[in-house]
Design a protein around this ligand. Sequence first.
Ligand code: SF4
Length: 240
Amino acid sequence: MKGYIHSFESFGTVDGPGIRFVVFMQGCPMRCKYCHNPDTWNFNGGKEYSPEEVVKEVLKYKSYIKKGGVTVSGGEPLVQFDFITELFRLLKDEGIHTALDTSGVTFNRSDDRYKRLIKYTDLVLLDIKHINEEKHKEITGHTNKNTLDFARFLSENGVDIWIRHVLVSNLTDNDDSLYELKVFIDGLKTVKKVEILPYHTMGEVKYVKLGFDYPLKGVQPPAIERIENARKILTVKDNT
Ligand code: SF4
Protein backbone atom coordinates (compact mmCIF):
# COMPACT_ATOMS: atom_id res chain seq x y z
CA MET A 1 0.00 0.00 0.00
CA LYS A 2 1.30 3.46 -0.91
CA GLY A 3 0.39 6.97 0.17
CA TYR A 4 1.24 10.26 -1.50
CA ILE A 5 2.86 12.65 0.92
CA HIS A 6 3.55 16.33 0.43
CA SER A 7 6.00 16.75 3.31
CA PHE A 8 6.91 15.98 6.92
CA GLU A 9 7.38 18.32 9.86
CA SER A 10 9.42 16.78 12.66
CA PHE A 11 8.71 19.20 15.52
CA GLY A 12 5.17 20.47 15.03
CA THR A 13 3.73 22.40 17.96
CA VAL A 14 0.40 23.65 16.63
CA ASP A 15 -1.37 20.54 15.32
CA GLY A 16 -2.47 18.71 18.44
CA PRO A 17 -1.11 18.18 21.96
CA GLY A 18 2.64 18.21 22.67
CA ILE A 19 5.45 18.05 20.15
CA ARG A 20 4.27 16.23 17.05
CA PHE A 21 5.59 14.63 13.92
CA VAL A 22 3.25 15.98 11.23
CA VAL A 23 2.57 14.17 7.97
CA PHE A 24 1.10 16.41 5.27
CA MET A 25 -0.76 14.27 2.75
CA GLN A 26 -0.96 15.31 -0.89
CA GLY A 27 -4.29 16.07 -2.56
CA CYS A 28 -7.41 17.98 -1.54
CA PRO A 29 -10.84 18.23 -3.22
CA MET A 30 -11.65 21.51 -1.41
CA ARG A 31 -10.62 24.98 -2.54
CA CYS A 32 -10.89 27.03 0.64
CA LYS A 33 -10.43 30.69 -0.20
CA TYR A 34 -8.04 31.14 2.70
CA CYS A 35 -6.05 27.92 2.17
CA HIS A 36 -2.38 28.51 2.85
CA ASN A 37 -1.32 25.14 1.43
CA PRO A 38 -2.42 25.28 -2.25
CA ASP A 39 0.70 23.28 -3.08
CA THR A 40 -0.99 20.26 -1.43
CA TRP A 41 -4.10 20.36 -3.71
CA ASN A 42 -2.82 18.46 -6.73
CA PHE A 43 -3.68 14.75 -6.60
CA ASN A 44 -0.85 13.93 -8.97
CA GLY A 45 1.89 15.33 -6.78
CA GLY A 46 3.61 14.14 -3.63
CA LYS A 47 6.17 11.49 -2.87
CA GLU A 48 5.19 7.84 -2.56
CA TYR A 49 5.63 6.13 0.83
CA SER A 50 4.39 2.91 2.38
CA PRO A 51 2.90 3.17 5.91
CA GLU A 52 5.94 1.22 7.19
CA GLU A 53 8.31 3.79 5.64
CA VAL A 54 6.47 6.64 7.37
CA VAL A 55 6.62 4.82 10.71
CA LYS A 56 10.37 4.41 10.20
CA GLU A 57 10.66 8.22 9.75
CA VAL A 58 8.52 8.81 12.84
CA LEU A 59 10.57 6.47 15.02
CA LYS A 60 13.69 8.60 14.44
CA TYR A 61 11.94 11.21 16.60
CA LYS A 62 10.26 8.88 19.10
CA SER A 63 11.95 10.38 22.16
CA TYR A 64 10.89 13.93 21.18
CA ILE A 65 7.24 13.06 20.54
CA LYS A 66 6.80 10.93 23.68
CA LYS A 67 4.33 13.41 25.18
CA GLY A 68 2.94 14.44 21.79
CA GLY A 69 2.50 12.09 18.87
CA VAL A 70 1.81 12.03 15.16
CA THR A 71 -0.68 14.24 13.32
CA VAL A 72 -1.74 13.49 9.78
CA SER A 73 -2.79 16.66 7.99
CA GLY A 74 -2.93 17.84 4.40
CA GLY A 75 -4.28 18.39 1.88
CA GLU A 76 -7.21 16.22 2.90
CA PRO A 77 -5.95 13.04 4.58
CA LEU A 78 -9.29 11.22 4.34
CA VAL A 79 -8.85 11.00 0.58
CA GLN A 80 -6.09 8.45 1.27
CA PHE A 81 -8.25 6.66 3.74
CA ASP A 82 -6.79 3.14 3.71
CA PHE A 83 -3.25 4.45 3.93
CA ILE A 84 -3.89 6.54 7.03
CA THR A 85 -5.85 3.74 8.69
CA GLU A 86 -2.90 1.40 8.26
CA LEU A 87 -0.44 4.10 9.32
CA PHE A 88 -2.41 4.78 12.52
CA ARG A 89 -2.68 1.05 13.22
CA LEU A 90 1.09 0.71 13.06
CA LEU A 91 1.62 3.82 15.18
CA LYS A 92 -0.73 2.52 17.87
CA ASP A 93 1.32 -0.69 17.92
CA GLU A 94 4.28 1.55 18.80
CA GLY A 95 2.26 3.26 21.55
CA ILE A 96 2.19 6.59 19.70
CA HIS A 97 -0.69 9.09 20.02
CA THR A 98 -2.48 9.65 16.69
CA ALA A 99 -4.34 12.75 15.53
CA LEU A 100 -6.13 13.41 12.29
CA ASP A 101 -6.46 16.98 10.99
CA THR A 102 -9.35 16.95 8.52
CA SER A 103 -12.26 18.86 7.04
CA GLY A 104 -14.30 15.64 7.05
CA VAL A 105 -15.52 16.51 3.54
CA THR A 106 -15.39 12.92 2.25
CA PHE A 107 -17.15 11.36 5.25
CA ASN A 108 -19.83 8.83 4.44
CA ARG A 109 -21.67 7.18 7.32
CA SER A 110 -22.49 4.09 5.31
CA ASP A 111 -18.80 3.38 4.70
CA ASP A 112 -17.86 0.91 7.46
CA ARG A 113 -14.18 1.67 7.07
CA TYR A 114 -14.65 4.80 9.23
CA LYS A 115 -15.34 2.58 12.23
CA ARG A 116 -11.99 0.90 11.63
CA LEU A 117 -10.17 4.23 11.23
CA ILE A 118 -11.46 5.66 14.51
CA LYS A 119 -10.32 2.53 16.35
CA TYR A 120 -6.76 3.79 15.81
CA THR A 121 -7.43 7.54 16.08
CA ASP A 122 -6.95 9.23 19.45
CA LEU A 123 -7.99 12.71 18.40
CA VAL A 124 -9.60 14.44 15.44
CA LEU A 125 -8.82 18.08 14.73
CA LEU A 126 -11.97 18.88 12.80
CA ASP A 127 -11.98 22.01 10.66
CA ILE A 128 -15.47 23.44 10.43
CA LYS A 129 -15.09 26.11 7.78
CA HIS A 130 -18.59 27.54 8.22
CA ILE A 131 -21.75 26.37 9.99
CA ASN A 132 -24.00 27.76 7.26
CA GLU A 133 -24.16 25.47 4.24
CA GLU A 134 -24.39 28.20 1.61
CA LYS A 135 -21.50 30.13 3.14
CA HIS A 136 -19.52 26.90 3.39
CA LYS A 137 -20.06 26.31 -0.33
CA GLU A 138 -18.98 29.86 -1.07
CA ILE A 139 -15.76 29.43 0.93
CA THR A 140 -14.82 25.88 -0.08
CA GLY A 141 -16.88 24.85 -3.12
CA HIS A 142 -18.45 22.00 -1.08
CA THR A 143 -21.38 21.38 1.24
CA ASN A 144 -20.69 21.12 5.00
CA LYS A 145 -23.13 18.19 5.43
CA ASN A 146 -20.39 15.53 5.57
CA THR A 147 -18.25 17.60 7.94
CA LEU A 148 -21.08 18.09 10.40
CA ASP A 149 -22.11 14.44 10.17
CA PHE A 150 -18.52 13.39 10.78
CA ALA A 151 -18.55 15.49 13.96
CA ARG A 152 -21.73 13.72 15.11
CA PHE A 153 -20.25 10.33 14.22
CA LEU A 154 -17.09 11.05 16.26
CA SER A 155 -19.17 12.22 19.19
CA GLU A 156 -21.44 9.13 19.05
CA ASN A 157 -18.36 6.88 19.00
CA GLY A 158 -16.52 8.61 21.85
CA VAL A 159 -13.65 10.04 19.79
CA ASP A 160 -12.06 13.20 21.18
CA ILE A 161 -12.47 16.26 18.97
CA TRP A 162 -10.77 19.62 18.78
CA ILE A 163 -12.85 21.91 16.61
CA ARG A 164 -10.85 24.35 14.48
CA HIS A 165 -12.32 27.44 12.91
CA VAL A 166 -10.43 29.88 10.72
CA LEU A 167 -11.48 33.46 11.41
CA VAL A 168 -11.57 35.66 8.32
CA SER A 169 -13.03 39.18 8.31
CA ASN A 170 -16.26 39.41 6.26
CA LEU A 171 -16.18 35.68 5.52
CA THR A 172 -16.38 33.69 8.76
CA ASP A 173 -16.20 36.45 11.37
CA ASN A 174 -19.86 37.04 12.05
CA ASP A 175 -21.41 36.87 15.53
CA ASP A 176 -24.63 35.15 14.40
CA SER A 177 -22.70 32.37 12.63
CA LEU A 178 -20.32 31.97 15.55
CA TYR A 179 -23.26 31.56 17.95
CA GLU A 180 -24.86 29.08 15.54
CA LEU A 181 -21.60 27.13 15.45
CA LYS A 182 -21.47 27.15 19.25
CA VAL A 183 -24.96 25.62 19.44
CA PHE A 184 -23.78 22.83 17.11
CA ILE A 185 -20.63 22.25 19.17
CA ASP A 186 -22.64 22.15 22.39
CA GLY A 187 -24.65 19.27 20.93
CA LEU A 188 -21.47 17.16 20.66
CA LYS A 189 -20.28 15.10 23.64
CA THR A 190 -16.56 14.74 22.95
CA VAL A 191 -15.32 18.24 22.07
CA LYS A 192 -12.29 18.92 24.24
CA LYS A 193 -11.25 22.22 22.78
CA VAL A 194 -12.14 24.87 20.20
CA GLU A 195 -9.28 26.58 18.39
CA ILE A 196 -9.76 29.89 16.62
CA LEU A 197 -7.18 30.19 13.87
CA PRO A 198 -6.86 33.80 12.76
CA TYR A 199 -6.51 34.18 8.99
CA HIS A 200 -3.03 35.21 7.85
CA THR A 201 -1.62 36.15 4.48
CA MET A 202 1.47 33.93 4.53
CA GLY A 203 0.02 31.59 1.89
CA GLU A 204 -0.30 34.34 -0.74
CA VAL A 205 3.25 33.89 -1.97
CA LYS A 206 2.51 30.23 -2.78
CA TYR A 207 -0.40 31.23 -5.04
CA VAL A 208 1.90 33.60 -6.92
CA LYS A 209 4.48 30.83 -7.28
CA LEU A 210 1.85 28.39 -8.59
CA GLY A 211 0.40 31.00 -10.98
CA PHE A 212 -3.00 30.96 -9.17
CA ASP A 213 -5.13 34.03 -8.44
CA TYR A 214 -5.23 34.76 -4.72
CA PRO A 215 -8.95 34.81 -3.76
CA LEU A 216 -8.53 36.96 -0.65
CA LYS A 217 -6.34 39.67 -2.10
CA GLY A 218 -6.34 42.71 0.19
CA VAL A 219 -8.09 40.95 3.10
CA GLN A 220 -6.28 41.69 6.33
CA PRO A 221 -5.90 39.37 9.36
CA PRO A 222 -8.68 39.94 11.92
CA ALA A 223 -8.17 42.50 14.69
CA ILE A 224 -7.21 41.20 18.15
CA GLU A 225 -10.64 42.23 19.53
CA ARG A 226 -12.42 40.11 16.89
CA ILE A 227 -10.22 37.11 17.70
CA GLU A 228 -11.00 37.52 21.39
CA ASN A 229 -14.69 37.91 20.57
CA ALA A 230 -14.73 34.62 18.61
CA ARG A 231 -12.81 32.86 21.38
CA LYS A 232 -15.32 34.11 23.94
CA ILE A 233 -18.31 32.94 21.91
CA LEU A 234 -16.89 29.52 21.05
CA THR A 235 -15.08 28.64 24.23
CA VAL A 236 -15.75 25.23 25.71
CA LYS A 237 -14.28 24.06 28.98
CA ASP A 238 -10.72 23.02 28.12
CA ASN A 239 -10.42 19.46 29.40
CA THR A 240 -7.55 18.27 27.20
S1 SF4 B 1 -9.32 21.64 3.24
FE1 SF4 B 1 -7.32 22.38 3.97
S2 SF4 B 1 -5.86 21.88 2.35
FE2 SF4 B 1 -7.91 21.68 1.48
S3 SF4 B 1 -8.29 23.66 0.51
FE3 SF4 B 1 -9.15 23.74 2.57
S4 SF4 B 1 -7.55 24.61 3.88
FE4 SF4 B 1 -6.59 23.93 1.94
